[in-house]
Design a protein around this ligand. Structure first.
Ligand SMILES: [Zn+2]
Length: 137
């Protein structure tokens, strides 16, 4: 979870608001930001979800705002870990990730026993969001 900025400082994880197309406000997007030089970048694990979401919004989206935590397991987790505006606690996040994975696996078993294919698919995509790892992290 630790990441170093090109300036040599350690980057912090925080939740930020991303404005897309000047019209759509997406709150609680996890980003890394550097306290020394203010460089920031989107948390690598959520990039595919963010680009997927922006793809769905299209080129001329209506004015709106919503929380990224409705779309992203990571944003939801970090929000729960109390990371909005506070210093992140990597161990707390790891514990929450483990808990979330276990809960999703339990639900997946339940969905399987009920023969609910749509629900199984939804749970699998949520699981893949949170277990996805990108290189260099
Ligand atoms: Zn920096």
């Amino acid at each position: 979870m630790r990441k170093w900025c090109s300036c040599g400082s350690e980057m912090k994880i925080r939740l930020s608001t991303v404005i897309y197309s000047g019209r759509v406000e997406i709150d609680n997007v996890p980003i890394y930001s550097c306290p020394a030089c203010n460089r920031s970048e989107v948390f690598p694990e959520v990039k595919p979800d963010l680009t997927g979401l922006i793809g769905k919004l299209g080129a001329k989206p209506p004015r709106q705002s919503f929380s990224f935590s409705e779309w992203s397991e990571w944003a939801d987790l970090l929000l729960q870990a109390g990371m909005d505006g506070k210093e992140p606690d990597a161990r707390e996040v790891e514990r929450l990730v483990e808990e979330r994975v276990n809960a999703l696996l339990d639900l997946h078993l339940l969905a399987q026993s009920l023969g609910d294919v749509g629900w199984q698919e939804e749970l699998r995509s949520r699981l893949s969001q949170i277990t996805r790892r990108t290189p260099n992290t």
